[in-house]
Design a protein around this ligand. Structure first.
Ligand code: MC0
Length: 148
């Protein structure tokens, strides 16, 4: 079950400058930074609020580390802006399977590594009315961790 907006992903050319804009303009502080080599991004997570399911909602600022990454290609075509929306769930495997059964393309056969130890997958934007949509199970909210 999708229980919150986990984050809104925002593509930018200059992560440090964009972080400073969000700090100076709105007062949002950096909660976490990370480089995800598989996804080809350097990212900053800005905590907006905690949520009643034990998770939280973030802004995720994304700078590409490679031109041929998903964010790099998107920036070259569209410029800076909202790149994707991510819904939080306690069961990314189950929700992805259920959504696939509804005919929506799920981009990964198995969830992959996401920010802060989360497990993530994506839904194709062409099947979601133009919105690249991510499903996230946060570390600490993931029942699969108990099996390890
Ligand atoms: C592409 N399209 C989008 C889009 N990206 N539409 C809405 N939002 C986006 N972000 C559209 C294009 O405009 C194009 O439409 C069509 O989809 C095909 O795009 P393309 O430019 O030819 O690119 P593809 O097909 O090579 O790749 C698109 C696809 C890719 C969505 C499959 O970007 C992907 O695999 N994304 C998932 C991974 C990702 O985005 N990672 C970065 C965040 P037209 O009409 O022109 O044909 S990583 C992250 O967020 C992690 C770190 C985390 O949260 O923990």
């Amino acid at each position: 079950m999708l229980t919150r907006i986990d984050h809104i992903g925002i593509a930018c050319f200059d992560l440090d400058a964009t972080v400073e804009f969000y700090r100076a303009t709105y007062g949002f502080e950096v909660f976490h930074t990370e480089v995800n080599d598989e996804q080809g991004v350097r990212e900053a997570m800005l905590l907006v609020n905690e949520t009643s399911d034990g998770g939280a909602t973030y802004l995720q600022l994304l700078e590409p580390t490679r031109e041929d990454s998903a964010v790099g290609k998107w920036l070259a075509k569209n410029g800076e802006g909202v790149h994707h929306i991510a819904f939080g769930t306690g069961d990314v495997d189950g929700d992805a399977a259920a959504i696939r059964d509804k005919g929506v393309r799920v981009l990964y056969d198995e969830p992959r590594h996401g920010t802060m130890g989360s497990r993530i997958t994506f839904l194709h934007p062409k099947d979601c009315h133009g919105v690249l949509t991510e499903l996230v199970t946060s570390a600490g909210l993931d029942p699969a961790e108990d099996a390890h």
